[in-house]
Design a protein around this ligand. Structure first.
Ligand SMILES: [Zn+2]
Ligand SMILES: [Zn+2]
Length: 575
């Protein structure tokens, strides 16, 4: 072990001790020793061989012995004991520049954060703004730090992948030779997690492309596989395939490089493409060549399948019945629910949210801040909800029919399945809608968690179920629950199921969104916005709905404000 390794291990010990808070003084001792090692100009071999360890500040007999033991054996018993007791994910968090032991401890103790994914999500939700020792600036820096760290892993959020792809595309398109250049593969299918990137290029051949890629800062490694394929890597470590197309065959190439293998097999089985597309994707030419994708499908007497659905699953029935799916589109969307404001943990005032949403052309919006037990998110007490109600009444008067504001709340579902406010208060407040969500006590048996959710769904005031499974992509698994049963009950009681559009959640996912619609439930694409730019995340929710094959009428976002009022009227929901 070298000096850096030993120092890292000492810092871990300090973190563990600090978090346990049994012996803060002891934690400081280890931290100081680690820093002394970092600051020393000698390497560890020299420090040990020349007996210099005790000349460093904070290192006495005891620590000298421990450092030597770590140097020789790679560990000490104290470290092994502590490791058993403290969540391992905290160590990952400690790697973020600017986050020392004290801050990691605050994150763990105050917000219950145990790994990078949870921390990223907390930053997205502005949870760090009010936390002692943190603020807007450090929250932004932490997010950047997380991004860098996550890049070393092999899975990437679609959000990240799209940002990286945009930069690569911009670089490529700055060369005159490059005619066209678009994302294909899993990114074009809007897969929530991607492992590699695909780009389709025309106007240039493989040998001409390579020097351009070498010149670009957005690509670090390149290699020609054949005349049709050049592979590379982004500085973040994401593998990227450059497929080279002929302009006259652009559509055929798009088909060959967008669908997953399941989809290409379905095309082959149902359309009789010959030779098989799958074999052609990385080397041959997907004949016949058409400039437009639609013409390729039509040539084989197949209906056009939108890219999102090319997963080899839900498109089968459309291929067999020779009908194109009529999917919900961005232009169908008339309004959105689940928006947080500065009343709880949102970053934008109610007034500004309404103004911006009006300017963006929404016909209605649903404001829903956190409920009282969400103390970490500054949840609203009854008097806050009343104050918010009067502000909304004022805003309604000044906006008239230009935008309808629905007033709701995102109420925590307590461990026993009851809501966060007593029924008497809910009656008195008479909110337009209630999104019931789980934000704590995730560890429950499947039976208990299912019972908890079902009790909430049956509450006569509950309108929607927020982020139904609680998963955080690349960070937290869904809680254990019987989702089939929950969706059935939601459909039966007229509770709308959320497709949370936050790219860290995408919950329900597309497989379940489809099931929910089949069961007769309505769905809502909700931004769960804590900042205004989060409204841009709607496209991720829309992609979930499209992957699920949902038509406009499956989503309340496409309803008129009048129809929503009817839907929310007492007695309509929860028959
Ligand atoms: Zn929530
Ligand atoms: Zn929310």
């Amino acid at each position: 072990m070298d000096k850096k390794d030993v120092s890292a291990l000492l810092k871990e010990i300090a973190l563990f001790l600090e978090i346990q808070e049994e012996e803060p003084f002891r934690a400081n001792t280890y931290m100081r020793a680690a820093r002394s090692l970092d600051n020393s100009e000698e390497d560890l071999d020299t420090l040990i061989q020349e007996n210099l360890l005790q000349t460093l500040p904070g290192i006495g007999d005891n620590l000298e012995k421990k450092i030597k033991e770590i140097y020789d054996t790679g560990t000490i018993p104290l470290y092994e004991e502590l490791k058993e007791r403290v969540p391992a994910g905290l160590l990952e968090i400690l790697k973020i520049p600017g986050l020392g032991v004290k801050k990691v401890k605050t994150l763990y103790r105050e917000l219950g954060i145990t790994n990078l994914g949870e921390l990223a999500y907390a930053c997205e939700e502005n949870r760090l703004l009010e936390l002692p020792g943190f603020g807007a600036r450090s929250q932004k820096k932490i997010l950047e730090g997380i991004e860098t760290l996550l890049h070393y892993q092999k899975s990437f959020l679609l959000l990240t992948a799209r940002e990286v792809l945009d930069r690569v595309r911009e670089d490529l398109l700055s060369y005159q030779r490059v005619e066209k250049c678009v994302a294909t593969g899993s990114v074009r299918r809007w897969c929530e997690i991607v492992h590699d990137l695909d780009i389709l290029v025309s106007g240039i051949d493989a040998d001409e492309l390579i020097p351009l890629l070498i010149e670009m800062e957005t690509i670090v490694e390149t290699e020609k596989v054949n005349e049709r394929l050049v592979i590379g890597k982004t500085p973040e470590g994401i593998p990227i395939d450059f497929h080279i197309a002929d302009p006259e065959g652009w559509g055929s190439w798009l088909v060959a490089t967008t669908g997953n293998s399941g989809h290409l097999e379905l095309i082959q089985e149902n359309g009789g493409t010959n030779p098989p597309l799958l074999e052609l994707r990385d080397s041959g030419v997907p004949e016949p060549l058409f400039p437009e994708e639609k013409d390729f499908y039509h040539h084989f007497s197949l209906p056009y399948i939108p890219p999102e659905m090319r997963e080899g699953q839900k498109e089968l029935s459309f291929l067999q019945s020779n009908s194109s799916p009529q999917l919900v589109e961005a232009k169908d969307m008339r309004g959105i629910f689940h928006i947080h404001t500065t009343y709880s943990d949102g970053a934008v005032t109610l007034k500004k949210v309404v103004k911006d949403c009006y300017q963006l052309g929404w016909e209605f919006i649903g404001i829903s801040d956190h409920s009282q037990s969400a103390f970490y998110a500054n949840g609203l007490e009854k008097k806050d909800l009343e104050r918010q109600a009067s502000e909304i009444a004022r805003l309604r008067r000044s906006y008239g029919d230009k935008i309808h504001i629905f007033h709701g709340v995102e109420s925590d579902i307590l461990p026993d399945g009851s809501l966060d406010y007593p029924d008497s208060i809910l009656e008195e407040l008479d909110l337009d809608f209630i999104i019931a969500s789980i934000h704590s006590h995730f560890q429950m048996s499947t039976e208990d968690m299912t019972r908890r959710l079902i009790r909430a769904l049956k509450h006569p005031r509950v309108t929607m179920l927020g982020h139904p499974t609680g998963r955080l992509l690349l960070a937290r698994e869904a809680y254990s629950l019987d989702l089939e049963e929950i969706i059935r009950v939601a459909a039966e009681y007229g509770v709308i199921l959320e497709i949370n559009a936050n790219p860290y959640r995408l919950d329900l996912n597309w497989e379940w969104a489809d099931f929910a619609y089949e069961q007769g439930a309505l769905l809502a694409i909700n931004p769960d916005a804590h900042r205004l730019d989060a409204l841009e995340h709607l496209e991720y929710g829309l992609a979930v709905a499209r992957k699920a094959g949902l038509p406009p009428q499956a989503l309340i976002n496409t309803f008129s404000p009048e129809d929503i009022k009817k839907l929310f009227a007492p007695g309509k929901i929860n028959p």
